[in-house]
Design a protein around this ligand. Structure first.
Ligand code: SAH
Length: 569
């Protein structure tokens, strides 16, 4: 037994990722294998250990669906394949409420595989709650009953429900999986004596950004489903409590309700914007296009000018093994070698052009046994407000931030600072060599893919490469599917645009799959929300409709996204 992995039957809740339990999340973060169902939200899949093997056993109804008996076997098989491993079986709602979790558990017991059950919030109760319908209420309903609307009698294919008793039952009736059979169910209940005027609600995709409540009565159930095109997943709730939903429907229709937005920022930077877009009602699919990795030690990228002034590769110090993994700029014109933090003494101005740069710099600094005191007396420059804010988290206030928040703006600003210094120095009758000295005392803290804008404007400055950026080379299937069905993509850099297009074009004959069909009409290009004009033109060049923020800040972008959907709704 000890040689098997441990299986966790985890309830993912009804849809809203916030309704996953803490214990469920904890297990997903360390899972080696995740076997998941169709109703599990992409946001929850995104919480899983990024190295986990993701196994989809619940394709869309039209696709091949893995049979329950096969799922049972799969769980045993993974437990055997991953001795001591963590196998998460992730199911919608609660695993033991019409989730066939019991059958899976029985198979595990038979095979001698140990398991835990991690209950989830069942849709039966939480979906009505999100529609403002309490399943029990003093004076209205003293019991509630959760019923499957799907179970067929083996012999005749008829629903095997005890309609006589259900019709007599005074409590709230909650049907799961019942939409397809609801016309029949409602008629049978009326035949068996239930009041045709019993209030009833269908709640579609409850707790998700697409939640919809449709009210009816028992006698209008079938026609309402057809007229309103109620589709699964939906629950049906019947009884006096349904009327409370008129007063208690608390879930507001938010500006971004029903929109699925793909955020392509690197994971660490995405959380801020993702949280804000979710709070505005959107379903956010975080799909970083790049992964960044802090280098173990800064690498100086040395630039030398030959006699005609063009950059040529040079290696100041012998290239060490450490340096060998970041050797070239995109043009291949750079050589690199590691530096020591002692050399910080040679610089007066430290310029940061990204939050990654800030984080990686401090990570290296602390790892090398230093702390912020080495920055005493130095001037700090930041390309924009987000980087400035990040610096503040480390207790560092910026001295220089360009108004336009661009690399070019920062370069010009620092050049002005240097020129001003130079005039001061010249008036003090210092040697004109001081100019080089001052400009050469600017240190740029950047990633290996930073463009050369700053260095071109400040040719004597030094660049330390503190992190490297690797483009994401593959998307897991579940994410690709989620992205294909999105309404829009958020881009914050040209490299994100380029990599997104590259990833999404993989395996398609030149037709980008991120064109979403709307209501059966011709597909329209995805909208992209862009930060910065460069990003905008990259997105345009790939056929996106573009909407660009007025300022290069997340605030400004979020405002623009809301404006866009408010205008176009
Ligand atoms: N174990 C699950 C139920 C699985 S049966 C649970 O505890 O919730 C699947 C049925 O659950 C669907 O047909 C639908 O009736 C209901 N359901 C699940 N998620 C839902 C949601 N977000 N909104 C409405 N109904 C949902």
């Amino acid at each position: 037994m000890a040689n098997f992995g441990h299986v966790y039957l985890i309830g993912a809740g009804p849809g809203d990722p916030g309704l996953l339990t803490l214990r469920g999340k904890d297990i997903l973060e360390k899972a080696d294998v995740v076997v998941y169902d169709r109703l599990v939200s992409p946001a929850i899949l995104g919480m899983c250990n990024s190295k986990a093997k993701m196994v989809d056993v619940g394709k869309m109804p039209t696709h091949h669906k893995v049979k329950q008996s096969e799922i049972n076997k799969l769980l045993v098989q993974y437990a055997q394949e991953y001795p001591q491993g963590v196998i998460a079986r992730l199911k919608g709602g609660d695993p033991f409420v019409f989730g066939r979790g019991g059958e899976e558990a029985l198979e595990l017991v038979a095979a001698g595989v140990e398991f835990d059950v991690v209950p989830g919030i069942t849709s039966a109760i939480s979906v009505p709650a999100y529609a403002g319908i309490p399943v029990s209420h003093r004076g209205i309903a003293t019991s509630f009953h959760i019923i499957t609307g799907h179970e067929k009698a083996e012999s005749n294919g008829e629903l095997s429900l005890d309609f006589e008793n259900l019709a007599k039952c005074p409590g709230t009736l909650i049907f799961l999986m019942g939409i397809a059979n609801m016309d029949f169910i409602a008629k049978r209940l009326i035949e068996c004596g239930k009041d045709p005027k019993t209030p009833l609600a269908f709640i579609e995709k409850g707790t998700t950004p697409y939640q919809r409540t449709v009210m009816a009565t028992l006698e209008t159930a079938g026609e309402t489903i057809a007229r309103e095109n109620v589709t699964a997943p939906a629950i049906t709730i019947m009884g006096g409590v349904v009327e409370l939903g008129q007063t208690l429907a608390w879930k507001k229709n938010l500006p971004l309700s029903g929109k699925r937005l793909v955020v392509t920022r690197a994971a660490k930077q995405a959380s801020g914007i993702s949280a804000r877009l979710s709070a505005l009602g959107a379903e956010v699919i975080e799909t970083p296009m790049i992964e960044t990795r802090t280098l173990e030690c800064p690498l100086v990228m040395a630039q030398a000018h030959d006699s005609i002034g063009s950059a040529m590769p040079v290696c100041e110090q012998p290239v060490t093994a450490l340096a060998s993994h970041v050797i070239a700029s995109p043009e291949g014109a750079w050589q690199s070698s590691p530096v020591d933090f002692n050399t910080l003494a040679n610089f007066d101005i430290l310029a940061f052009t990204s939050t990654n740069g800030v984080e990686s710099f401090f990570k290296q600094l602390f790892a090398a046994g230093y702390d912020v005191r080495v920055l005493a007396g130095k001037k700090i420059a930041s390309v924009g407000k987000i980087t400035e804010k990040k610096l503040l988290e480390y207790g560092i206030r910026c001295d220089y931030v360009p108004e336009d928040h661009t690399g070019e703006g920062l370069g010009r600003l620092l050049r002005d600072v240097v020129n001003k210094e130079e005039r001061v120095i010249l008036s003090g009758e210092r040697s004109s060599e001081s100019k080089d000295l001052i400009e050469s005392r600017i240190l740029l803290l950047q990633g290996n893919l930073a463009d050369d804008t700053l260095l071109n404007l400040l040719p004597q400055a030094t660049r330390w490469v503190v992190y490297e950026t690797l483009p994401v080379s593959e998307l897991p299937d579940w994410k690709r599917e989620a992205v294909e069905n999105a309404d829009a993509v958020v881009f914050a850099s040209t490299s994100a645009v380029e990599n997104f297009v590259k990833l999404m074009s993989q395996g398609t004959a030149g037709v980008l799959p991120y064109l979403k069909a709307t209501n059966g009409s011709a597909p329209i290009p995805h909208t992209s929300f862009c930060i910065g004009r460069m990003t905008e033109s990259a997105a345009k060049s790939h056929g996106f409709n573009t909407v660009t923020s007025d300022e290069t800040t997340m605030d400004s972008l979020v405002k623009k996204i809301v404006e866009f959907y408010t205008k176009n709704s």
